[in-house]
Design a protein around this ligand. Structure first.
Ligand code: GTP
Ligand code: MG
Length: 199
């Protein structure tokens, strides 16, 4: 799928504040700093679209980006940033959960996990909660450029096996790098296939 046009369509804290024009939404979630905003920029080939930072906790609102005048990429705040105040974390958690629970236009949630690390309890808890709520999700391992091929393969295998302790089968899993564009075509094709089922 070609992204011909990608424009910022607004920031919100609640579903009732999101852009008035309703279109299918594909949202990105994961621990703070995992690379959500960078991946959205990579998909759109525009480094200035979503704001990124090497300091965790950059995205604090729900940001909608209108793609090809017909669907949205949604950049969500990250969860689990330990250094943020308890009230700050509670606020982000409220924003995230309200969006996930109430956004009827959300077709799929991409859950991002850092390809370099073991899956953490907070990620497992989050994934399990999605399962319980029946929210459709896919997994994207990010920052794959940061490891050698052999280290990457080992870690992904370990993480897959860890997830398989909880699920009989895994959802769609992607490997990505916002630096090299790895995974970009696959993720966009996957979105395209879902959009095609809607029309
Ligand atoms: P919050 O908004 O704070 O929740 O973070 P985020 O998940 O949106 O992360 P963001 O995209 O801001 O990226 C965090 C840091 O990781 C930035 O310094 C990015 O440049 C870096 N980064 C993100 N993706 C990649 C990647 O694929 N490869 C490499 N090498 N660095 C990445
Ligand atoms: Mg961000």
């Amino acid at each position: 799928m070609m992204i011909k046009k990608a424009i910022f369509a607004g920031s919100s804290e609640r579903v009732d504040q999101k852009p008035k024009a309703l279109y299918p939404e594909f949202a990105f979630i994961g621990r703070s700093n995992v690379g959500k905003s960078s991946l959205i920029n990579c998909l759109c080939q525009n480094k200035k679209l979503a704001h990124t930072s090497s300091t965790p906790g950059k995205t604090q609102l729900i940001n909608h980006f209108l793609i090809n005048d017909s669907w949205y990429l949604v950049d969500l705040p990250g969860y689990g940033y330990a250094k943020m105040s308890k009230t700050g974390r509670a606020k982000l958690s409220r924003i995230i959960n309200e969006y996930i629970d109430r956004s009827q236009e959300m077709m799929l949630l991409f859950v991002l996990l850092d390809s370099r690390h073991d899956i953490q309890q907070i990620d497992l808890d989050f994934l399990i909660s999605l399962g319980e709520k029946g929210i459709p999700f896919s997994i994207i391992f990010t920052k794959c450029d940061k490891s050698s091929q052999s280290v990457l393969e080992k870690q992904i295998e370990k993480n897959r096996n860890h997830l398989l302790e909880y699920w009989e089968e895994l959802p769609q899993v992607f490997l990505s790098s916002s630096e090299t564009g790895m995974g970009r075509e696959e993720i966009l094709s996957y979105i395209d296939a879902i959009l095609n089922t809607l029309t």
